[in-house]
Structure formats: C-alpha cells, structure tokens
Design a protein around this ligand. Structure first.
Ligand code: ADP
Ligand code: MG
Length: 243
C-alpha cells in the first residue's frame, strides 16, 4: 500500500542570528500515493536539503512532513520507512550482490527462505538475476547502481527518495537507467520523490514536476503545464519553453 507525502509549510535556515541563511521557504507539496514527483532546479537551490528533511537526516526550522497523514518531524530516519538512493552508492565490497540486497532484511531478522524469495523478485525486476553471486568489484557502474536500487527496493519502503542517482553515469547509461527507473516505479507503485538538476530528465521521468529556485518552488505542475504554461520567465528559461 503506497503512502501519501505532505511537505507542509517547510522553512529551513542554516546557522543562527545575522549569519543564518534561509535555504527553503514555504515549501508546500502534496504527493499522492504512488506518485512520482520530480524536484528540479539549479545546484544550490535546496533540493538535497528538502530530501534530507523528508528522510529525517535533517530537521526543518518550521513546518511538517507527513507520511500517510502522520507528522514524522522528530522521528529518527530508521523509523520513517524510507529508502534513499544517492549518486554515490556504497555497496558492501566483501558481500555478494545477493547479500548486499538482502542485508537490511537480515538485520530485520527476516527468515532465510523469505529473504531469498525477496532477493530473487527484486533481482528479476532489475534484470540482475545473473549477477547475484558476484562482488561489487566485478560489476559495471550501471550494474552497481541497479544493485543499489535493488537494496533499497528489497526493503519495500513506503517512500522512495532519489538524489541525482544518475549523475555519475555516462550519457548512454543515464538514458537506459531512466527507462529502468520508470519501469521500476510502475511495477512497484512506491511513492517517489526524485531530485535532479537535469531538465530533460525531469521532463521525461515525472508525472509532476516542482521547479525550484533559491529555496522557493516556482511552479508545481505536469510536464505539459511547465513547458506550455510556465508560471514565470524563470521557469520558461530554465525549462527552455518556446516563448
Ligand atoms: P542542491 O541539492 O539543490 O544543490 P542543497 O540543498 O545541497 O542544494 O543546498 C542548498 C543551500 O544550502 C546551498 O546554498 C548550500 O550551500 C546550503 N547548505 C546545505 N547544507 C548546509 C549546511 N549543513 N550548513 C549550511 N549551509 C548549507
Ligand atoms: Mg544536491
């Protein structure tokens, strides 16, 4: 069962007093259960800070994060039932692919047979079944990224957060992995928030896109809205709309 996500009145300041910097201002976004939302904007606009606040790796100065209607601000990350995929994916070098994927399940004391079944399902979904016995050092960059996603997916989280997961990959692989992520989302139906600074990635992946600048959401809409009806000249220029 997919959960909704509400980002409600989020403000974030780093530092204290005169030296403090406002990094997020009045961010309000409702993400429907099963939706794939994109956050796009230039480097430094506050995308990672917002994801970290959703994940509980950072706390907001003001506002609420509600998962399935429940405010989780103050709740430790491990209790939030969220999986996060970053651009740098630290796999355990001494463990096989299967054990990397199953690690969190073993920590949860899931029985071996059930764990094996889950690993097999996830591997099939990501088309890495033939790699389960290998070590991370025996994989290509794209295969490692798949394993990192498999590891996140195996936990069956309520919420999937992606922070520029493809920015370390070459252009060809990036296009392939985009399609993979789209397929994976359709198959799993997990509510997802995907951060990128890449306009093309945003336009091809998202069902809805939030365009950010300087910690403020400039526009929230479908790719069609954003492209054909940009809210301001910033959005039009950033997305490259015909004017
Ligand atoms: P993005 O992911 O969009 O590139 P970030 O969320 O990483 O942007 O950063 C937004 C702004 O907040 C940047 O100006 C960055 O320098 C600042 N920032 C991020 N983390 C901290 C921190 N821990 N302390 C102070 N400033 C920070
Ligand atoms: Mg970032």
């Amino acid at each position: 069962m997919a959960s909704s996500l509400d980002i409600a009145g989020i403000n974030k300041r780093f530092g204290k007093g005169d030296k403090s910097v406002e990094v997020l201002r009045k961010v309000d976004i409702h993400v429907a259960p099963g939706e794939f939302l994109i956050l796009v904007g230039p480097s430094g606009c506050g995308k990672s800070t917002l994801l970290n606040i959703i994940a509980g790796l950072d706390e907001p100065t003001e506002g609420e994060i509600r998962i399935g209607g429940k405010n989780v601000v103050g709740m430790p990350p491990r209790d939030r039932d969220i999986a996060m995929v970053f651009q740098s994916y630290a796999l355990y070098p001494t463990l096989s692919v299967a054990d990397n994927i199953g690690f969190a399940l073993e920590m949860r004391k899931m029985p071996k047979a059930e764990r094996q079944k889950r690993i097999d399902e996830v591997a099939a979904m990501l088309q890495i079944s033939h790699l389960l016995d290998r070590r991370p050092s025996q994989l290509s960059g794209g295969q490692r990224q798949r394993v990192a996603m498999g590891r996140a997916l195996a936990r069956q989280p309520q919420l999937f957060l992606f922070d520029e997961p493809l920015s370390n990959l070459d252009a060809k692989l990036r296009v392939e992995m985009r399609a993979e992520i789209k397929r994976l989302h359709q198959a799993s139906g997990i509510t997802s928030v995907y951060v990128t600074h890449d306009q093309v990635e945003a336009m091809t992946l998202g069902s809805r896109i939030a365009v950010m600048k300087g910690g403020v959401v400039q526009q929230l809409g479908t790719p069609d809205d954003i492209y054909n009806r940009p809210a301001n000249t910033y959005v039009a220029t950033f997305i490259g709309s015909p004017t």
